[in-house]
Design a protein around this ligand. Structure first.
Ligand code: C2O
Ligand code: CU
Length: 548
């Protein structure tokens, strides 16, 4: 196994990803950042220098479990103090499984400012072969993009009355998109330049007859997306680093924090180009289709030529059943089933609601809205720092017997807490995420929940209220897929199971940037006493100051 070293300088840079100039947070001047390519078993070393003059940084390696290196998870407030302006922090971790992953900032709403990218881990020579074959791969990083700064967005969310971020102005593919209406840009006309090289459409070139693996990741801040390649079928073969029993789709639903690989054979007329398209689903779209171009080598069309057809508009945004079908179709490849434990030691049932606290709109789990502590849990626990976080654990369940998930919650009040769930090391934990109606009538949206430090088995999905006496009997214990991010569909529930066997402290949250910022998350601790000596560089904030 190799050690792959990267030196990253994090800085501000004016970019024009959708032809509109905006200040972005970049890696070595680029957004998205470079794709990290490695082979299973490699050690990745990333020296991150924070050259932002007025802003902290932390970077999370999304989908990498950090076994033995919980301090490298990059979650500000959970596993480390932020990297201060001028400081360098070196992340060192092993990529222990092949697959498609991503990285992104995990400090405030910084991910949305452009600090994100992909991680591709290949099977080593002589390693266990993948259950499919292809000629070449392409990476596709999907994002949504606002013209307003992330600071304005965050300040708006925390204000009374709240200023909601609104729908994105553009959808990006590999960091490029096109704002359709330059003349109405909220900035001066000069800052919108349709011939800016930053917004030239990405071109994916294919050789007729060859099969391509498209590795697709979504780092969107808000949007659930439907992705398609015009005129081409996609066979889904990987989800979050796990092999899927192959199934064919025309549209791939992908939620923030998810990755998929699809196989596509270049078997269409090579003399024209085709659209790659991403469209918003699950929320009423206010954003035009994000596009890129698929072009055949040797065809008569020039690679950058606009396809002769309009970009595909995607499925109906509110067709939930269509998306649930994809969730249910995503099961483990028959030759790669990892059987889940047949029962669990503990069940945590989390009701997801929108609430009001001190006139502010928040998200809460069992009426507790999460706040990050100023001192990272990992340091506070290992060093026995007292009073760093609320020692009372948040509630394990809610009063579900009479709860109507289709109605507006009668009392929208909630409390805030930075308490966490402490899990017995090695125990098997079930989490059931219960979706519900929001503050307004007839509204419920999709929440993609992401677990750090683990993969979980996806045991089941259901519509309406989860009944602990009935629904566990319907779980798929035969061939559930393992994932690190899973959708909780509108008015529905999702059940997952994991083994609490990775010593550390791990965030579990909705991957919608604004939702986590508004409290939609929890934290798990397990086996923290087994964690080795912490690197002193993760300290320097809160109660960790002067602690050593
Ligand atoms: Cu990709 Cu805690 O996030
Ligand atoms: Cu959410």
């Amino acid at each position: 196994a190799a050690t792959r070293r990267h030196d990253w300088d994090i800085g501000y840079q004016f970019t024009s990803p959708d032809c509109v100039r905006k200040l972005a947070v970049t890696i070595n001047g680029h957004t998205p950042g470079p794709t990290i390519r490695a082979v299973q078993g490699d050690t990745i070393v990333v020296a991150v220098k924070n050259s932002l003059l007025t802003e902290n940084v932390a970077i999370h390696w999304h989908g990498i479990r950090q076994i033995g290196t919980p301090w490298a998870d990059g979650t500000e407030g959970v596993t480390q103090c932020p990297i201060l302006p001028g400081d360098t922090f070196t992340y060192t971790f092993v990529v222990d499984r092949p697959g498609t992953y991503m990285y992104h900032a995990h400090y405030g709403m910084q991910r949305s400012a452009g600090l994100n990218g992909m991680i591709v881990v290949e099977v080593p020579p002589g390693g266990q072969p993948e259950p499919f074959a292809y000629d070449k791969d392409h990476t596709v990083l999907l994002n949504d993009w606002w013209h307003k700064s992330t600071y304005e967005q965050a300040a708006g969310l925390a204000s009374v009355p709240m200023v909601w971020v609104g729908e994105p102005q553009s959808l990006l593919i590999n960091g490029r998109g096109r704002f359709v209406n330059c003349s109405s840009a909220p900035t001066t006309a000069a800052s919108c330049n349709v011939s800016h090289p930053d917004c030239a459409p990405p071109v994916f070139a294919v050789v007729p007859g060859k099969t391509y693996r498209f590795r697709i990741a979504s780092v969107t801040s808000l949007s659930a997306l439907s992705f398609e390649i015009e005129g081409h079928e996609m066979t889904v073969v990987e989800a979050d680093g796990h092999y899927v029993k192959p199934f064919v789709v025309k549209n791939l639903n992908i939620y923030s924090g998810e990755t998929y690989s699809v196989l596509v054979t270049a078997n269409q007329d090579p003399n024209r180009n085709y659209w790659l398209a991403s469209n918003v689903v699950s929320r009423k779209p206010g954003t035009p289709t994000g596009t890129a171009i698929l072009s055949y080598y040797g065809g008569r069309s020039s690679p950058r030529a606009r396809p002769p057809t309009p970009p595909p508009a995607g499925p109906a945004w509110n067709d939930t059943a269509y998306r649930v079908r994809q969730s249910l179709a995503t099961v483990a490849h028959p030759a790669h089933v990892v059987a889940p434990p047949v029962s669990s030691d503990r069940t945590i049932l989390l009701l997801n609601t929108q609430n009001k606290i001190d006139g502010r709109i928040k998200w809460a789990l069992n009426n507790v809205s999460f706040t990050l502590p100023h001192t990272p849990y990992l340091v506070a626990m290992k060093r026995g720092l007292l009073g760093a976080y609320d020692e009372r654990p948040p509630p394990e369940t809610y009063d579900h017997a009479g709860y109507d998930v289709y109605a507006v919650q009668k009392n929208p009040n909630a409390t805030t807490s930075d308490g966490l769930y402490r899990l017995r090391f090695g125990s098997v934990v079930d989490v059931v995420l219960q979706n519900a109606n929001m503050l307004g009538p007839n509204s419920s949206e999709t929440h993609p929940w992401h677990l750090h430090g683990h993969d979980f088995w996806v045991l089941g999905y259901g519509a309406g209220r989860f009944d602990p006496a009935v629904h566990p009997a319907t779980y798929n214990l035969k061939d559930p897929i393992m994932k690190n991010t899973v959708a909780v569909h509108p008015f529905g529930w999702t059940a997952l199971r994991f083994r609490a066997d990775n010593p550390g402290v791990w965030a579990f949250h909705c991957h919608i940037e604004a939702h986590f910022f508004m409290g939609m998350g929890v934290v798990f601790e397990e086996g923290v006493e087994r964690v080795g000596e912490l690197p002193p560089e993760i300290m320097g904030c809160g109660k960790t100051r002067g602690g050593h």
